[in-house]
Structure formats: C-alpha cells, structure tokens
Design a protein around this ligand. Structure first.
Ligand code: ATP
Ligand code: MG
Ligand code: MG
Length: 553
C-alpha cells in the first residue's frame, strides 16, 4: 500500500479537486470493449483509473464499451470481469454497459438532427472516404449534407426501424469538411448493422460509433476525468464537440497518456486474436500471451503486476518497456513468498552404493530463507536419487564445479557424495551414476572441515512425483514485432522455441495434490506455478520465470 508516484494526471486531478471543479468529486472509468481478453496494457489503465479514484476519495466505473456487436461476445465480458477482479479492484455496483444507453444515445442523435448538427448521408463507404479528403487536401461536402431536418428525422427513424440494408445510409455529424483535423470532417455517428448484439439481441439494427457513444456515455455517468491513450488526442475536439452542441450537464475532461508497449510481444487485440485463431498459441490464456489470463496462468501475482504498473509510470510519450522489468517484478514478489522445493527437470539417476538398501531418512528443509516464519518441512532421502543431468559432466571444463567422476559435491540438506562410476547405454549416453556418500556429512557439513564447491538439488527416486514442466520464452524474437518497417508481418517474428515441454520431471513429495495456481520456487530452476492441466497422476508446472535477474545488471 505504498503511495503511488506522482504523475501529470494526478496533478491535473489534484488541481481540480483543490479548485472545487465538479464540486471536488472525482469519477473515473475503465471502459474495455468486450472484443478480446484484457492484456497487461489494460492493467496499466485499470491501475491508473481505479488508483486515482481511490487516491482522491472518488469512484471508478467499470463500463463495457459494447457498441460494435460484430466483434463482441459474452465470453469476453466474463473474462474481463474475472480479470479486473483478479487484479485486485472492486467496482461495487458500478458496472455499466454502453449498450444500456442505446435509447438515450439515439435521443441525442435525434436532437443533433433537430438542431441541424447531423444528417443522414447516403454515400457509400468508399465515397465517404473519397469525399473526406486528406491531410493536405480539404474534403468535399456530401450531396446529402443539406437534407432538411424533416427528411433527416424521417430517414433516421426508418434506419432504426430496419427499413434499409447495411451500408445504405449513415448518420453523420455536420461539422466542417475543411477542418485540418480529419476527425472533424462530418464523422459517421450511426451505421446500419443487421447484427445481433450480445446483450440487446435484435432490438437494434443501427449502432453508434465510438466517438459519439464514448463521450456521451462518460457524460451520462457523470465521469469527471476520462483518461484514455494518446491515439485519442486527435479525437478530443470531437469528444468536446458532441458534448458542447448537445449542451449536456456533465462535460468530462478527456486526458490522454502513453499506452504501455512491452518488448517481445504484441498488444493489439486484433493481433492477439489472430494468434489464438491461427493456433500459434493454445488460447487466450496460453502462458506466453500478454493477456492477464495468460500471465495469471503463467504464475504472475496481481501484486507483481500492480507494482509493475507503478514502476513504469504514466507519461505523455510512447515508449517501449523491456519485458525484463516485468520479470523483475514477479521475481521480487515470489522471492518473498514462494516456498522452496526441490524438483529435477531433466533427471539423471544416481545410486549411492554404500547407503543401506531400504533405508529412508527424513531430512529437514527450509521452506523460505527469506521468511523464517514459513517454517521447515521433511524431505525423504534414500539410496536411489535423481539429480539434474546438467549437474554432471564426464569431462568437465575448468570452471565446471559440479559433479564429475571422482569429484565430491554436497546434496542440499543431505550429504556429500562422490562419483565413483558412470553407467552408459549402448549409444554412450550417461544413464546412471554410481556414488558413495559420507555419513559424517549429514546436514551438509564435513566435521573435518573439507569443502566442496557445489551444492546440488535432488529428489528421492522412490518418493518423487512425476511432473511435466513447461518452460517458456518470449513469444516473439524481435523486440518490437509491431514495427513493420522491415516489410515483415508481426507473425514472421514468432519464436519457434517459445515453449519447451519436459515430460519426465521429478519433484519432491510435498507437492502432492497441489492445487492449480500454487506457486513454488524449484531450487536452482526458477519459479513455477501449478497448471490447471494437472491430473491426480501428473502435475503440470509452468515456469513463471527463471531465477536469475538480468534486469539492471
Ligand atoms: P486494441 O487496440 O487492442 O483493441 P483498445 O484500446 O481498443 O485495444 P479497449 O478495450 O478499448 O482496447 O481498452 C480499454 C481501455 O484500456 C482504454 O481506455 C484504453 O485506452 C486502455 N488501454 C488499451 N490498451 C492499452 C495499453 N497498451 N496501455 C495502456 N492502456 C491501454
Ligand atoms: Mg478501444
Ligand atoms: Mg479496440
């Protein structure tokens, strides 16, 4: 519960509260369109809107911007609600849907027509684009621009009544076809779409456009500060225009900030949907996805994400945040709270020749050296164990200090062992090591003071549980896959090795029955989270992040 760092939006809101604007009230909103799952960029917006409301004793509305039925689905509505809740925010009873305002928005449209501020245009979509002009060329008035109010009212009513085909007419704001701002050149505010809406069904066949619906929805809800990303800066004159000409009581202030861009991923819902539909990932909640559902399944905590959103700050210039910063945040959080366990992801069998057959010892292991309050547990030790394949080399180079023929190492919480023989299969692959142990080193120290250079993790073969480990890497090899200056589509940069599945891992028995979502540090291997694909027979573990922090080093 640290105080959030100052930023320019907080400064604006603080000044407004101080000056008594809006009677000192602060109402923000988070307005997702239910056309996909939320991603880490949305988390930035959620933290900002809910955070500012909380800081100034205000309220934050949670509003579905559901005005474009062809791309929206109930599945997305449900996932978005779950994700905002998971991230740790509470909207109480302030859950709204722009579609609940369809009638009211229509009345505003009628008012625009009555006041001569909107007209029904019967140009085709292509013609409208053509007439619009370019940045360097003014647009041309539509031949329908001077239809009478009576004719416009009649046509609008018949559009609503379903008399016309999709695309045959639109309602446009009557502003200025010569405006240097293209958004002000008589933008479309309603179009005909004979499409079923996920909430209003077939009640409507005309749907309002974003710029018209959004500002008026903000106004209807009494929003004071409408915070959005920079690409809407050019839309602000239009946002204000609707509110001005309609003389609404509440005129929220739109404030733009730089969206979050994260390296080695894409954030546009259109692109994320493509990854899902084309099978490049297993679904919206694939642990490689930047979606909150994916990141959650990967093992991230809401605290780490909120901390990340605070660290990146809020600015006015677009930039790219290194994915390593996000990893740094989860490492820091899990280091504090994840219990340590031993698990071997690529097992190599080790037989300890001089350890009595059938004997089992329960050795005491520390659950978290960062937090003594988390206590200790017992780990079984016996004659046959597994160690990590990479912890043994038959002909070790100079700086390899782990196990090798004739060499002695420490087994964590257990004994010193020395490798006395190497067993190979017909292809010459090492399949088993024969070792001896020194009973005097129980607990990991030698009474004679002799030192070993390495401590290995291990599991007892008879007691270990089978597990599958899924190791993840960036989904894209290129830091900015959205940058198409190289002439390549973002999908050209997909990392073919973003997922490695290790099917025959062995983990210590304390993991038995671990519920999906449980997080651990597998000593020396990284932080892992139990995946919902786990069964009673086999645990599936997602590696959230490796142990080493390369950030800021
Ligand atoms: P997309 O372009 O991928 O469809 P969007 O911005 O249209 O994304 P919305 O559902 O409309 O997605 O977004 C809801 C809110 O989240 C908006 O206020 C939007 O500004 C904000 N938002 C979306 N993406 C980001 C991002 N990358 N960083 C910060 N805020 C974001
Ligand atoms: Mg949007
Ligand atoms: Mg969008």
């Amino acid at each position: 519960n640290s105080t959030p760092p100052p930023n320019f939006i907080r400064a604006i809101v603080a000044a407004d509260v101080q000056s008594g604007k809006n009677y000192g009230r602060v109402i923000t909103r988070f307005p997702p369109e239910p056309n996909g799952y939320l991603h880490i960029g949305h988390a930035k917006s959620i933290c900002l809107n809910f955070g500012i409301a909380a800081e100034f004793g205000g309220l934050c509305n949670f509003r579905f911007d559901d005005t474009n039925p062809s791309k929206e689905e109930t599945e997305y509505v449900e996932s978005i609600i779950e994700d905002v809740h998971w991230l740790g925010f509470d909207w109480g009873d302030r859950l709204y849907y722009a579609s609940d305002y369809f009638e009211r928005l229509y009345e505003y449209a009628v008012q625009l027509v009555r006041d001569g501020n909107a007209y029904v245009c019967s140009l085709t979509a292509d013609e409208i684009r053509e007439y619009r002009g370019t940045l360097t060329q003014p647009g041309k008035d539509s031949p329908y621009r001077n239809r009478s109010v009576a004719e416009n009212l009649d046509l609008l009513a018949r559009m609503r009544a379903g008399e016309f085909e999709d695309g045959s007419h639109v309602l446009r704001a009557r502003i200025d076809m010569a405006s240097p701002n293209l958004n002000m050149r008589d933008p479309v505010i309603y179009r005909i779409r004979h499409v079923e809406h996920h909430r209003t069904g077939n009640k409507w066949c005309i749907y309002p456009m974003y710029d018209f619906a959004h500002g008026l929805s903000d106004s209807v809800e009494g929003i004071t500060h409408s915070i959005c990303t920079l690409e809407y800066e050019d839309h602000r004159p239009l946002y204000d225009w609707f509110l001005d000409v309609l003389k609404v009581e509440c005129h929220p202030q739109q404030i733009e900030f730089a969206r979050l861009n994260l390296s080695h991923t894409v954030m546009s819902k259109r692109k994320l949907l493509q990854l899902v539909r084309e099978g490049h990932v297993a679904g919206w909640d694939d642990p490689r996805m930047p979606t909150l559902a994916g990141i959650r399944r990967r093992g991230y905590t809401p605290e780490a994400i909120r901390n990340f959103c605070e660290l990146i700050g809020v600015g006015k210039r677009d930039s790219m945040v290194d994915a390593a910063l996000l990893e740094h945040c989860i490492r820091e959080d899990l280091n504090r709270r994840a219990p340590r366990v031993m698990g071997v992801v690529r097992p190599l069998r080790v037989v300890i020749d001089n350890y009595p057959e059938g004997q089992v010892e329960e050795l005491e292991a520390v659950n978290n050296p960062e937090d003594p309050g988390m206590g200790t547990r017992k780990v079984p030790f016996s004659r046959v164990i597994y160690i990590e394949q990479e912890d043994f080399m038959e002909a070790p180079p100079k700086k390899f200090y782990r196990l090798a023929p004739g060499r002695e190492v420490r087994l964590r919480y257990a004994y010193f062992i020395t490798c006395v023989d190497v067993v190979k299969d017909a292809q010459g692959k090492v399949v088993e090591l024969r070792c001896t142990y020194d009973p005097a080193t129980r607990g990991g120290g030698a009474p004679d003071g002799r030192a070993v250079k390495a401590t290995l993790h291990w599991v007892s073969a008879d007691h270990a549980l089978e597990a599958e480990a899924r190791l993840y890497d960036h989904l894209f090899l290129k830091a900015d896959p959205d940058d198409e200056r190289d002439g390549l589509d973002f999908k050209a940069h997909i990392n073919p090795a973003s997922l490695e599945v290790l099917k025959s891992c062995r983990v210590e028995p304390s993991l038995a029955g671990a519920a999906p979502g449980t997080r651990y540090q597998l000593e020396r291997q990284g932080y892992f989270c139990v995946d919902p694909d786990s069964t009673a027979q086999k645990l599936v573990l997602n590696r959230t992040v490796t142990l080493r922090d390369t950030w800021a080093k």
